[in-house]
Design a binder for this molecule. Structure first.
Ligand code: FAD
Length: 522
């Protein structure tokens, strides 16, 4: 992945591609991988950094969705369970199996959840990650020592996948690039180009790093901009009806000691009738989430005070040591691009289907929204199948069901941060062999080092301090105060590598510190 090489490729006078994707989140990157691996000339344009939007702000689950089973949405669960298995098989360095424990406090809960979760296992079939089983209160406490013992009658364990969302996005961009695709970050689509018959022939885009305009021709344009799809649809037809209702979900990150083990906690019914998770992630615990309808989508959404209090309150009802505001290491908010249904605006966002929707307009614009990270691959396959028809492209079979993603490594040791790089970890180790100073840590409490920053700049197209600390190293999401402390050193390393001025460094540190302030709970 090299941004300058990608820019020169699209700058050629007669450059034209087969499929152009707008949006570099899970959905767009999935489409780019699918299109590039089928051999189509593919370009993806992202206005900010890859996974800057919703795709770095998920609960980090690769799951069939136990909740959707309870809602009777069997088709969605079967589809997601199949994709869960494929995602784990194709990127074992980023997706791992995890044990989820449901504590039972009423006599009927154990048989009730055991039956439901056995059905979950049956639906997963060969792709299952392990059997669900009832367990005694003593065993539950062994798995989650941080749980409140009082009133606990027993529990049930079931299995799902867990991953690092932003790292998966980087791996998808690299996989697309490995297969000839062009993925550009900081390239905002500002308009759609049409021929005299009103058919879309390409896009106008602006390189936000240098303020330069591009016109890129494409046979098909796919709008995969998450909660922003309506903005692109308005460029196509200004009086278009809104198809997305954004719903905000907030997560808090706290110390691992609050759960105390390696298993995740699943609270099946919060006071507002939702599910709450406590998920171990990079030696911390992610608690969440909420479901707050919003009018206008933002790229950097902020958690509401009441959402923070709600999560602390609900988690505190189950955990022996009740987490407080002072325990929150980071808070992050993400927006679900829920596809608005015909049921109208009165429908509660928690009831809107999580399945995806694809729309095609007369001009040929293909828009995809909704769905989840877990089903990104299948969504992409569907979109590219349609795109080949719209663009009269050669019919070629999708190959992603068994495609090993960039960095694939069958076995990784997840006790250190380096496991997220999979097979690339060796090359990062070489940077330290070349110069011992590259092994210097960025912060005394974390294993992130100089080599990781260099790697992010050289190989992963990180352009800003935020790209490195939020999405290549996840420091901002794990511990916002520590991330602020790391920022000056990261800026210094980047400036040296990219030949940027002292002024650039200072500007970057200031911008990052301001942003990270919103990830701190006071
Ligand atoms: C709180 C929460 C928890 C979730 N948890 C899970 C989970 O545990 N497991 C799971 O499977 N799924 C989960 N999901 C769902 C999953 O995260 C989303 O379905 C997925 O990330 C959506 O990806 P996307 O690519 O459609 O959108 P996004 O990630 O938002 O990507 C859209 C991109 O388009 C870009 N863009 C917008 N306008 C333009 C333009 N004009 N030009 C160029 N680029 C543009 C944006 O910058 C953005 O990066 C969760 C979602 C939320 C909100």
């Amino acid at each position: 992945m090299n941004r300058n090489n990608f820019l020169s490729a699209i700058s050629g006078r007669n450059f034209a591609c087969d499929i152009l994707v707008i949006g570099g989140g899970a959905t767009g990157l999935g489409v780019a991988v699918d299109a590039a691996t089928r051999g189509f000339k593919t370009v993806l344009l992202e206005q900010s950094d890859f996974a800057k939007g919703t795709s770095s702000r998920s609960t980090k689950l690769v799951h069939g969705g136990v909740r959707y089973l309870a809602q009777g949405n069997v088709r969605l669960v079967v589809e997601a369970l199949r994709e869960r298995g494929r995602m784990r098989r194709n990127a074992p360095h980023l997706v791992k199996g995890m044990r989820f424990i449901i504590g039972n406090y009423k006599w009927w809960e154990r048989p009730f959840y055991s039956v439901g979760l056995t059905l979950y296992d049956i639906l997963a079939g060969k792709m299952g990650l392990g059997r669900s089983l009832p367990m005694s209160a003593k065993k539950v406490m062994k798995e989650i020592p941080g749980l409140k013992r009082m009133g606990l009658k027993g529990g049930v364990v079931y299995h799902d996948g867990q991953f690092d969302d932003a790292r998966m996005a980087v791996s998808l961009a690299q996989t697309a690039a490995d297969n000839g695709g062009i993925c550009l970050n900081y390239m905002k689509v500002t308009g759609l180009e049409k021929d005299i018959n009103g058919k879309i022939t390409g896009v106008k885009a602006s390189d936000l790093l240098v303020d330069k305009e591009y016109r890129i021709k494409s046979k098909v344009v796919v709008n995969a901009t998450g909660v922003f799809v309506d903005e692109i649809r308005c460029m196509d037809s200004p009086e278009t009806k809104k198809m997305v209702r954004p719903s905000q979900g907030v997560h808090l990150v706290v110390d691992q000691k609050f759960l105390g083990g390696k298993s995740a906690l699943m609270i099946p019914k919060t006071s507002d009738g939702r599910v709450l998770f406590g998920v171990p992630w990079h030696n911390k615990v992610v608690l969440g989430t909420t479901d707050t309808p919003l009018e206008n989508p933002e790229l950097e959404p902020h958690a509401l005070e009441e959402e923070v209090d709600f999560i602390l309150d609900q988690a505190g009802q189950y955990l022996a040591a009740q987490p407080t505001r002072a325990d929150v290491l980071s808070v992050f908010a993400g927006l679900r691009p829920l596809a608005a249904s015909d049921a109208g605006d009165n429908q509660k966002t928690k009831e809107i289907s999580r399945s995806h929707k694809i729309y095609k307009t007369k001009s040929g614009l293909l828009t995809i929204t909704g769905g989840k990270w877990t089903t990104y691959r299948e969504m992409a396959e569907e979109v590219v199948n349609l795109a080949t028809r719209i663009g009269a492209l050669e019919q070629k079979k999708c190959v992603t069901a068994n495609l090993k993603l960039h960095g694939y490594a069958a076995k990784v040791d997840d006790s250190t941060w380096d496991y997220v790089y999979g097979s690339d970890a060796e090359r990062i180790a070489e940077l330290i062999q070349e110069d011992k100073k590259n092994g210097d840590l960025l912060h005394q409490n974390y294993t992130f080092n100089v080599a990781h920053v260099l790697w992010a700049v050289k190989e992963e197209m990180a352009q800003t301090v935020e790209d490195v600390l939020a999405r290549r190293l996840r420091a901002l999401f794990l511990d916002a105060r520590a991330a602020i402390e790391m920022a000056p050193e990261v800026a210094r390393i980047m400036a040296k590598e990219l030949n940027y001025s002292e002024e650039w460094q200072q500007g970057q540190v200031k911008e990052f510190t301001e942003l990270a302030g919103h990830y701190i709970v006071h």
